[in-house]
Design a protein around this ligand. Structure first.
Ligand code: PGA
Length: 238
């Protein structure tokens, strides 16, 4: 399956960062990476400009969240249609940092439906906490999140498996754990859904993670802020 290397800038960046796609392209030129998809998800205010500066460089731009509705009295929110209008092709929904702030599976599912309605691909995040893993519940937690968060009948979506304890901590799940969980997700979601791994993916561990069966790419936080690191991870995708 075609691999997807997705950067999640979280609440980092500035207008000046819109030169970054050009920097990425200098390190890993578009014509050398026709076999993979590259995506950068910046904060909302930079999506349009980043889309423009990524133009012709074969780099997709996406959002980090969206509202379930198309428009209306929802102060401070952004709809999937607005993201699409600004050039986004993907949107991350249900990131653990948002789930930790109270976002439920049902809300995530409604956001995934909104993305589909707007013609963009939702990247639906799932992952267990350390307590859940240590209690032996990792697979059932992820299975429940998928059944609650993936809309019935949706065919075009991406799953990002991100063990919560591995995000921003420098701790990475073992290859065996990743292999087991991704095989489990494959069984639930089927052959055509891309399954990304996320959580402290860096140039040093990317090749091993990306070579693991059923790992169809990575969702990268910290290391995606540096184009040399993001390009090194993308090159490790083979
Ligand atoms: P990290 O973040 O790569 O900094 O661990 C991953 C994510 O939260 O998507």
């Amino acid at each position: 399956m075609r691999k997807l290397i997705a950067g999640n800038w979280k609440m980092n960046g500035a207008q000046a960062w819109t030169v970054k796609p050009a920097g990425f392209d200098r390190i890993y030129a578009a014509q050398d990476r026709n076999h993979i998809d590259i995506l950068i998800c910046p904060p909302f205010p930079f999506i349009r400009e980043l889309f423009t500066s990524a133009g012709g460089r074969n780099i997709f731009v996406g959002g980090q969240n969206c509202h379930a509705n198309e428009n209306g009295a929802h102060t401070g929110e952004v709809s999937a249609e607005m993201l699409a209008d600004c050039g986004a092709s993907f949107v991350i929904v249900g990131h653990s940092e948002r789930r930790a702030a109270g976002e439920t599976d049902t809300e995530v599912q409604n956001k995934a439906k909104a993305a589909n309605r707007a013609g963009i691909v939702p990247i639906i995040c799932v992952g267990e906490t350390l307590d859940q893993r240590e209690a032996g519940h990792a697979e059932s937690v992820v299975e429940n999140q998928i059944s609650g968060s993936v809309p019935d009948g949706l065919t075009e979506y991406v799953i990002a498996y991100e063990p919560v304890w591995a995000i921003g901590t420098g701790k990475v799940a073992s290859v065996d754990d990743i292999k087991g969980m991704h095989a489990h997700i494959r069984k639930i979601c089927g052959a055509t859904v891309r399954i990304l791994y996320g959580g402290s993916v860096k140039p040093a561990n990317a090749a091993e993670i990306l070579a693991t069966p059923n790992v169809d790419g990575a969702l990268i936080g910290g290391a995606s802020l540096d184009m040399a690191d993001l390009a090194a991870i993308a090159k490790a995708a083979g």
